[in-house]
Design a protein around this ligand. Structure first.
Ligand code: NDP
Length: 499
């Protein structure tokens, strides 16, 4: 793989937009150049598209949707295309993973796992296309049959971030296509390579031209054009709560539907009766996966006071063994941070925390590591009002707070504007059930961290967003319901008397 990486360093890949089935440059020829954050080499060049390019993609999606060819095609045929895309993803998994790693600096083994899981999502969506169904009401009296149709919502915009570029796209796009939507995708300006590679697989798999359009570029103008457009019926946005709010404002134009997956500040809740070794490992995984650049990162550790000291010691010991370094090295668990701005933001928040009275248990010394590597950092003596307890840091930073009992743990877990995920570590079934039911989060793991399945929905409570992706719910998200009232035989009454 190192040889393959060298090949990319010597000859960075140039990508094109995919609009109406054509591979095209930005209309003004402008490009975005992406350097690998870990290696400092240029690895990709993508179109820096204009508002007009985004509008051309929207127009292509609108036109194909309105013909009804994809929307009304037999679901079995849609499924065949999606399954073929899954096959092509698996066939090209090594290359997809390499590009993902070079652009994002996530460890290559993680990137490979994400690509393979993405293929599962495409396969699952293929199956879900065929079981998507409406409903019937045979209870409306002798003369009326009610039929509830599930129809594709229309043109769906999909705006994705840089942290899990291919995975997040695969949690949305195949589900929208399974439902029969036409789509416009805007990947992150930092990690557009794999989305633009996917365009070639869509074409090869036989997806009709215009059903999926992929346009790279910056949030404004490309993403903004999608949000603003009256020709777009729905937008699935994944990213910051700040842009999520802007999406809500922009959606007012044509009252488009939004599915939002935004920030998080998820708790790992550790009870004294847990399997300690498993909990330490799971807490570390949840806090440091993808360098903590993860919307469901377990970035708050709530630990029962009686084991708090011992748990923190064990945590620091195990963290010291976690390998940080070149993401191409198979032994690396922690790669580089996505860019300098994000790295500086992480460091500023850690320093804020220390100034506010938090105690540095380990890490927090990026100056001792060359490049954009931020060491896993644990802050003790954190109180719920501190910034480090409230703000999404999006780095490998864990803030530790003790709790007294189950009720206190639930109160602290819910003391956040966010509600994306929670991790509960206990051997007590009642404690596990109480926490699972009371903690306000879209996903709860009990004695596990981050295991994912295409069958289960994901999304957030509170300011973490709304709507659900994946599972059968993920396909339904891209549909509208229509009630059809079918009169059987002549009407019993006339509206106009005597007519
Ligand atoms: P953003 O919300 O800025 O970016 C997410 C996507 O939205 C990108 O494709 C971005 O484009 C696009 N975008 C930006 N501005 C607009 C706009 N006006 N209209 C439409 N689309 C727009 O997140 P960042 O990448 O800047 O990350 C900032 C913070 O957000 C992180 O530190 C983290 O806290 C949070 N975040 C949460 C994620 C999650 O999974 N829930 C994922 C990523 C970030 P562009 O290519 O220009 O960036």
């Amino acid at each position: 793989m190192l040889d393959e990486a060298k090949r990319v360093f010597e000859a960075p890949t140039t990508y094109k937009n995919y609009i109406g089935g054509q591979f095209v440059e930005a209309s003004d020829g402008a490009i975005i150049t992406r350097e690998s954050p870990a290696h400092g080499h240029v690895v990709s060049r993508y179109p820096a598209s204009t508002r007009a390019d985004a509008q051309a993609a929207i127009a292509a999606a609108r036109a194909t949707f309105d013909t009804g060819d994809w929307a009304f095609t037999y679901a079995g045929d849609r499924a065949r295309v999606l399954r073929e895309v899954a096959r092509l993803i698996r066939e090209n998994a090594d290359e997809l993973a390499l590009i993902e790693t070079l652009e994002s600096s996530k460890p290559l083994s993680a990137a490979h796992g994400e690509v393979m899981f993405s293929a599962e999502l495409w396969d699952y969506a293929a199956g879900a296309a065929r079981i998507l169904a409406g409903d019937s009401h045979n209870t409306l009296g002798d003369a009326m049959l009610g039929v509830v149709l599930r129809e594709p919502i229309g043109v769906a915009g999909i705006i994705t971030p840089w942290n899990f570029p291919f995975l997040i796209l695969s949690e949305r796009l195949p589900f929208a296509l399974a439902a029969g939507c036409s789509t416009v995708v805007k990947p992150s300006e930092f990690t557009s390579g794999t989305a633009l590679m996917l365009a070639h697989y869509l074409k090869e798999a036989g997806l009709p031209d215009g059903v999926c359009n992929i346009v790279s570029g910056t949030g404004d103008p490309v993403g903004q054009a999608i949000l603003d457009s009256d020709e777009v019926d729905m937008v699935a946005f994944t990213g910051s709560t700040r842009v999520g709010r802007a999406a809500i404002a922009a959606s007012a134009g044509n009252i488009k539907k939004l599915s939002l997956e935004l920030g998080g500040k998820s708790p790992s809740v550790v009870f004294a009766d847990c399997d300690l070794e498993a909990a330490v490992d799971g807490v570390i995984k949840a806090a440091t996966i993808n360098m903590g650049e993860c919307c469901i990162a377990g970035s708050r550790l709530l630990v029962e006071r009686t084991i708090s000291g011992a748990f923190q010691d064990r945590l620091a010991g195990r963290l010291a063994e976690l390998q940080m370094g070149d993401p191409l090295d198979p032994a690396s668990r922690i790669g580089a941070i996505i860019n300098r701005a994000q790295y500086d933001r992480i460091d500023a928040l850690v320093r804020d925390g220390v100034r506010d009275g938090a105690r540095l248990i380990c890490g927090g010394d990026p100056e001792n590591h060359a490049g954009l590597y931020y060491p896993p950092t644990v802050l003790g003596d954190v109180t719920p009002d501190m910034n480090v307890a409230r703000e999404e840091i999006f780095g490998p930073v864990l803030s530790v707070m003790p709790f007294e009992n189950v009720e206190d743990a639930i109160r602290l877990a819910n003391a956040s504007d966010y509600g994306l995920a929670a991790y509960v570590w206990t051997e007590n079934l009642s404690t596990a059930l109480r926490c699972s039911r009371r903690i306000k989060a879209g996903r709860v793991w009990v004695n596990a961290a981050l295991a994912g399945f295409p069958e289960l929905p994901l999304g957030g409570f509170k300011q973490s967003g709304n709507g659900r992706e994946t599972g059968r719910y993920g396909v339904e998200e891209y549909t509208e319901l229509k009630s059809v009232h079918l009169q059987i035989g002549p009407q019993a009454e006339r509206w106009v008397e005597g007519a």
